[in-house]
Each structure stands twice: as structure tokens, then as C-alpha cells.
Design a protein around this ligand. Structure first.
Ligand code: NAP
Length: 261
């Protein structure tokens, strides 16, 4: 992506998204900031314009609402200056699966899965045509681990990781870089928003450290960046094991242990 690309960041009003906004402004990129809280976005935009002499547009949108989502899609499709999408907006939902309601399930899937996927789909053809650009999807280590217990949230983040790895395979040969970023517990408002006291967590990463590490992965064009994973070999082993499972499938016959005759 060119140095002059504008960057559209969803969920830019706080936490990880606001920190990405700060860092891309420091790098001299113009920005489009998306979230529901317009006043917060305007305050951040004014500060970034002043501090870094970049152009910052604010796009108020509730990404679970189809008209708002369509407006952000249109912006990604039509604004040729935008070369980077940071697909960051997301929420958590606590409680067991039995405690979720049909409405709360629909809400989480709409935000964490549908909007993220549709926004990637909105920008991808233009990036492919340009032969450059980047899509960054914020997943979570929770998506690797059903044992953590955030079943629905983790499932949405497993989707994000799969989508990102698949898109990377599809789009990298066309010049488009796709990165999945998998944070672990990071100090942002997401915890309070989902009713968890962050102070009960044994370890928490500061949001600046998380985003700066994610950007190291971005600059290296990593397809999956896991800032809290200290031994990168574990990820390689995990991926090799997964591919080993696929390599050992014999599709014509059920395995011996399942045979009835
Ligand atoms: P955060 O501070 O709560 O930020 C969430 C952002 O998403 C806010 O800007 C919020 O802005 C926006 N948002 C929420 N609902 C939205 C909606 N319906 N439409 C549009 N925007 C919406 O939390 P964060 O930790 O920075 O979260 C960012 C991403 O990191 C999420 O995808 C999250 O799952 C992921 N993550 C976080 C952690 C962590 O421990 N913090 C760990 C792993 C992954 P408005 O309220 O103004 O709309």
C-alpha cells in the first residue's frame, strides 16, 4: 500500500481502534474514523488533525444497522484514497450460552462477523484492481480456545481468524495484504462494557503495546500476528498439526473406528 493511502478504522472511538488511529496519523496517513459515538470521534479527529497535520473524516455508524453498514461499505467501495481497512469494531458477551438471547446472539454476530466480512468484501475488489492495499482484522486468542468459556464471542473470533487466513491465501498473490491480529486481555473499555472487572484478570497488556506490536507484524506482512505469544514456534507447530490432520484424511472410506461392517 502506498505511503499516502488513507486508512479507514472501525471502532475508532476507543481502545485498540483509537490507538490505531493515533499510530497511523503519526505515520502521516489520512483517516476515516467509524463508530457510533460521534462526539468522541470528533474529539479524537480534532486532536489528530492538530497534532499530525493529517485529514481525518468522521463517519458515524452503528455497524449492526443495515443502512449504516451500507454507508460504510459505499465509502470503502467508492473512495479511492482508502488503501487500508482496519476491521476492529467488536464487542464481547459474557455469560453462558444458555444465558444468551436470540437478540443478543444476532447483535454479536452482526457486529463481529457480518459487518467485518461485508466491509472486507466492499474494499477487496478495489484493492485487487489497484494491486495493493491491506485489510487488518482484529480477532482474539479466545478464538483459539473454547476452554476460556466465552463460547459465542470465541466462535465469532475463530471466524475472523479463518476468514483472514483464507483471504490472505486468496488475495496476497493479487498484491493485497491481509492480517489477522489476535490480542489477549488488553486494557480497553471492552471489559467494562461486557461487565467484567479488568482488575480481576491476572495479566493485561496495555493497549499501546498491543497496537505497536501488531504494527510490527503489519510492517513485516505477517498473516497472523499474536502479540502475547512469546514463542512464535508454537503457532508454526499448531498450523503444521492442523495441516497434518488434513493431509491424513482418506475421503473414500470411514476410519476403522467408525466402520459398521
Ligand atoms: P473497546 O474499547 O470497547 O472498543 C470497541 C470499539 O467498537 C469502540 O470504538 C466502539 O465504539 C465500537 N463499536 C462497538 N459496537 C459498535 C457498533 N455496533 N457499531 C460500530 N462500532 C461499534 O474495545 P477494544 O478492546 O478496543 O476492542 C476492539 C477489538 O479488539 C474488538 O474486535 C475486540 O473483540 C478485540 N479484542 C479486544 C481484546 C481486549 O482484551 N481488549 C482482546 C481480544 C480482542 P462506539 O461505542 O462509539 O460505537
Amino acid at each position: 500500500m502506498s505511503q499516502s493511502s488513507a486508512v479507514l478504522i472501525t471502532g475508532a472511538s476507543s481502545g485498540i481502534g483509537a490507538t490505531y488511529a493515533e499510530r497511523f496519523a503519526q505515520r502521516g496517513h489520512d483517516l476515516v474514523l467509524v463508530a457510533r459515538d460521534k462526539a468522541r470521534l470528533e474529539t479524537l479527529a480534532a486532536r489528530l488533525r492538530q497534532a499530525h497535520s493529517v485529514s481525518v473524516d468522521v463517519l458515524q455508524a452503528d455497524l449492526t444497522q443495515s443502512a449504516d453498514l451500507a454507508a460504510v461499505e459505499a465509502r470503502l467501495r467508492d473512495d479511492g484514497r482508502i488503501g487500508v481497512l482496519i476491521n476492529n469494531a467488536g464487542a464481547n458477551q459474557t455469560g453462558s450460552f444458555l444465558e444468551q438471547t436470540p437478540q443478543s446472539i444476532e447483535q454479536l454476530v452482526a457486529l463481529n462477523i457480518t459487518s467485518l466480512t461485508r466491509l472486507a468484501r466492499a474494499i477487496a475488489p478495489r484493492l485487487v484492481q489497484a494491486g495493493e492495499g491491506a485489510i487488518v482484522n482484529i480477532g482474539s486468542v479466545v478464538g483459539l480456545s473454547p476452554e476460556i468459556g466465552f463460547t459465542l464471542y470465541g466462535a465469532t473470533k475463530a471466524f475472523v481468524q479463518f476468514l483472514s487466513q483464507g483471504l490472505s491465501l486468496e488475495l496476497s498473490s493479487k498484491g493485497v495484504y491481509v492480517q489477522a491480529v489476535l490480542p489477549a486481555a488488553t486494557r480497553t473499555e471492552i471489559w467494562e462494557r461486557s461487565g467484567i472487572d479488568i482488575n480481576v484478570l491476572p495479566e493485561v497488556m496495555e493497549v499501546e503495546e498491543l497496537v505497536d506490536a501488531a504494527l510490527v507484524g503489519f510492517d513485516r506482512r505477517e498473516s497472523v500476528t499474536i502479540p502475547p505469544l512469546h514463542d512464535a514456534a508454537h503457532w508454526d507447530t499448531f498450523q503444521a498439526a492442523r495441516q497434518g490432520v488434513m493431509g491424513n484424511l482418506r475421503q473414500a472410506q470411514a476410519a476403522e473406528r467408525y466402520r459398521t461392517v
